[in-house]
Design a protein around this ligand. Structure first.
Ligand SMILES: Cc1cc2nc3c(=O)[nH]c(=O)nc-3n(C[C@H](O)[C@H](O)[C@H](O)COP(=O)(O)O)c2cc1C
Length: 219
């Protein structure tokens, strides 16, 4: 696939086949993502890749936590979204819930769909991604570059991904299962595996605003 095709066809995958990805494929994708740029090439992304029993232990504990208590992420999630971002966010939810056949006013179905996050959408692999607490916004920017490289490399290898801030909501669960220390802030997880092509959730496609909405051209 050409890079333009990879960029245009990648989408978030929210239902996976149970088949595990061979280690050599996972490593190929991770090696490509490792090529991501970072400020002074510090490469600050810290990644714990959970598979098999570890993945099951993690998602079970996350589902329990999400049922029993309120989110407590290491890094505060955005609160109110001003316009135009609030509208973009709403449109994203609409696309997803429409693809899944969930009605706008069906609170129980929306909650059930949200809870699928904590099962990592049944992906056979979950990457937990963190950063040393001492890094600020620019360190997180580097991790964002890594995330995009990972998602594109995975897609080019025939794998699906979904970046998930939801998996950062109970960092104590991540620490318990993966053993990272308190010096690491958990930023997000990435569900990784083979896309289930029959799943309704995977039919969702988000749109983008015209370039002129984000870019100011000055001569
Ligand atoms: C940092 C980050 C966190 C995200 N967290 C979640 C999440 O918790 N749950 C989810 O279903 N999607 C999550 N997403 C996926 C976005 O909703 C998705 O990328 C966006 O709607 C654009 O759709 P697309 O990926 O299909 O192009 C996240 C994406 C990013 C980059």
């Amino acid at each position: 696939m050409r890079l333009s095709e990879v960029l245009e066809s990648r989408h978030s995958v929210r239902a996976f086949l149970p088949t595990e990805v061979p280690d050599e494929t996972l490593l190929r994708v991770l090696r490509l993502a490792q090529r991501a740029p970072s400020w002074c090439n510090i490469q600050p992304w810290r990644v714990w890749l959970l598979s098999g029993d570890a993945r099951v232990r993690f998602t079970r504990a996350m589902e329990e936590a999400a049922t029993a208590r309120l989110p407590c992420p290491d890094v505060a999630f955005p609160g109110d979204y001003p316009e135009p971002y609030a509208s973009h966010r709403k449109a994203c939810g609409k696309v997803l819930y429409e693809a899944m056949g969930v009605a706008r006013d069906d609170g129980a179905a929306r909650r059930a769909a949200w809870m699928r996050n904590f099962a990592a959408f049944d992906a056979p692999h979950v990457a937990l991604v963190g950063i040393d607490r001492s890094f600020g916004l620019y360190g997180a920017l580097d991790v964002g570059c890594w995330l995009e490289a990972l998602m594109l490399a995975a897609h080019a290898e025939g794998l699906g991904t979904c970046a998930q801030a939801a998996l950062a909501t109970f960092p104590d669960v991540a620490r318990q299962v993966a053993g990272m220390g308190d010096e690491v802030s958990i930023l997000f997880g990435v569900a990784l595996g083979y896309e289930d092509p029959a799943a309704a959730a995977n039919r969702a496609r988000t749109a983008r605003q015209p370039v002129e909405d984000n870019v100011t051209f000055i001569r």
